[in-house]
Design a protein around this ligand. Sequence first.
Ligand SMILES: NC(=O)c1ccc[n+]([C@@H]2O[C@H](COP(=O)([O-])OP(=O)(O)OC[C@H]3O[C@@H](n4cnc5c(N)ncnc54)[C@H](OP(=O)(O)O)[C@@H]3O)[C@@H](O)[C@H]2O)c1
Length: 298
Amino acid sequence: MSDTSAHTDAHTGSTVSTLSTEGAGAITRAPLAVVTGASSGIGLHIAAELARRGHDLVVCAEDAGLDDAMADLAEAGRHVVVPVRADLATTEGVEHLVREVGAVNKPVDVLVLNAGVGVSGPFVDTPLEDDLRLVALNVTSVVHTAKRLLPEMVRRGEGAVLVTSSVAGTMPGPWYATYAASKAFLLSFAEAIRYELDGSGVTVTALMPGPTDTDFFRRAGMEDTVVDDMHKDDPADVARDGVEAMLRGDDHVVAHSWRNKVQAGLLKGMPEKLKAATHAQMSKEKDSGANAADHQHD
Ligand SMILES: NC(=O)c1ccc[n+]([C@@H]2O[C@H](COP(=O)([O-])OP(=O)(O)OC[C@H]3O[C@@H](n4cnc5c(N)ncnc54)[C@H](OP(=O)(O)O)[C@@H]3O)[C@@H](O)[C@H]2O)c1
């Protein structure tokens, strides 16, 4: 087995771990991938998948769980990993990530904008700060990070962007209205930039997972919802689908199970009210009854 080592990068101050036969701290000529939300779930598996395919990584998350992820990623391949702890729901957090990416002094080949959270409950009851933080992370940080890192990729004329949207973004989401709306934004945003960049050498792909077995539902306070009891895809399968679609340059991929693909297909052309009703059957609380009126009279 190769040696694993870690040192503090003189430029970034970040821990640089290497799993390399080329010597500690060796910056290889491997392509560089930046992955947000890489400490757990889908993002961690995307980072591991890219590491196995020979990418160096800048991985970003907010909490100390990123340190455990570093150990997992060290197992995944022969590469350099730069961890960046940043709260991407803030302007300063995004700018910190951008600075750390710049300090690596390598062009960004792959940009994975994946960090996201959910907020569950009737919109009139959820705390305003939770909804605003969701928008700041799921929407604003994606626009901000792309605005800062994408132009250089376009100038170089090569690269790939993967944006984690959701099947939830294809329909209004009663009882997690801001979440579904944020994912609809990301789907539209990814498709629009993709169109603008046609022929530039940079592709943009939207990853659209359905229910996936990660910490997402607990963090979103969705443990009492119907969807939390449904079959969930393995995040490793979802990540692989996303990475493969991105490397092929596809416009989007519905991951992973056929149920998600069939659902996404059936939703096309449905009136918005029917889509909202379909979504509500999953996002409602298990014992809450089947319709909006039940919630309105809580
Ligand atoms: N799970 C599903 O069913 C599902 C379905 C469709 C789409 N998605 C999307 O997939 C993406 C990944 O979610 P997941 O399911 O893998 O959930 P997860 O395991 O909870 O992962 C979320 C990741 O985002 C990071 N993150 C959260 N808040 C952050 C912040 N303020 N600043 C920086 N990083 C932050 C987390 O790091 P910390 O722990 O450090 O905060 C973690 O690495 C999200 O965009 C989610 O909307 C998930």
